[in-house]
Design a protein around this ligand. Structure first.
Ligand code: ADP
Length: 265
């Protein structure tokens, strides 16, 4: 509690009583802790690639450059770590934008079938590299009110995760279906799955079930936090079902006519 006190004085200047104001600051403290954790996480995530880039470039400058094998090996690491930094910074900027009060979607008519098709084709090479069968079942011309670029980002993040967390030769099914008032978008994989105790936390910023696996695949730990924000900005519902060792399904449920709710955005 935060306590403030003030005396109540009589006309003669005598203290008649005291007013005590008690503020419950539990919520504020919690927010402050979340902010501190976030800053600590960001610092750690940024420091790791920078340390590596600095170390390997110094070793090269100190003489390792003379050996072409080292040169190639170290430059590859430096390049990979710079890409990590770049995606981390992009995701951080996106997330901080989404959390601003004045953030607005770029509303328009979004062709969801086309958007998801584009996302699947964009990620097909990544799936092929792991010989994963990536299939899409989409009803023709499903449309909704929304921000096409942002919806594409949602699809890319979910499909890209499905590929990352599915072993070679796995299977991923993406689907877009609709009835007269709602749209269902699902991404289902038969990959490593997520333990039920971990499920509620995967949408938190920087939360990863397996930090090393996420890092190695270029993950930032921010993808699902961004997806959640974007789905909610579209008044959609995001849910996940998973079984450890068997696979994971993310489902998004959108209402077809979002424009009605735009005022609230
Ligand atoms: P990351 O960049 O680490 O993938 P995300 O926010 O996209 O971050 O996901 C958070 C965590 O949720 C991941 O680190 C991973 O542990 C888990 N996860 C996400 N998608 C899947 C999936 N399809 N199958 C299994 N685990 C997943």
């Amino acid at each position: 509690f935060d306590i403030q006190a003030a005396p109540i004085l009589s006309e003669m200047g005598m203290v008649k009583g005291i007013v005590l104001v008690l503020h419950d600051i539990t919520e504020l403290k919690k927010l402050e802790q979340v902010r501190k954790d976030f800053v600590a996480n960001v610092s750690h995530e940024l420091k790791t690639p920078v340390t590596s880039i600095k170390g390997f470039s110094e070793t090269l400058l100190d003489g390792a450059m003379a050996d072409p094998a080292y040169m190639e090996k170290f430059l590859t690491i430096i390049h990979k770590e710079s890409e990590r930094l770049q995606s981390l910074i992009q995701d951080l900027l996106e997330l901080s934008k989404l959390e601003q009060h004045y953030f607005r979607l770029n509303w328009g008519r979004a062709e969801l079938t086309k958007i998801v098709q584009d996302a699947v084709e964009l990620l097909r090479p990544k799936a092929e590299a792991k010989e994963i069968a990536l299939s899409l079942h989409a009803a023709s011309s499903v449309e909704m009110d929304g921000d096409s670029e942002r919806l594409k980002q949602v699809a890319i993040n979910l499909i890209s995760n499905a590929i990352t967390y599915t072993p070679n030769h796995g299977e991923i099914n993406v689907s877009v279906t609709q009835d007269h008032q709602s749209i269902l978008f699902t991404v289902s994989d038969n990959g490593i799955g997520i333990e039920s105790s971990e499920l509620p936390r995967i949408f938190e910023r920087f939360y990863r079930v397996d930090r090393a696996r996420s890092r190695n695949s270029g993950g930032t730990g921010l993808g699902l936090a961004i997806v959640k924000h974007l789905v909610e900005a579209h008044n959609g519902k995001l849910s996940v079902e998973s079984e450890l060792g068997h696979g994971t399904t993310f489902t998004i449920h959108f209402m077809k006519d979002q424009m009605i709710d735009q005022e609230k955005q």
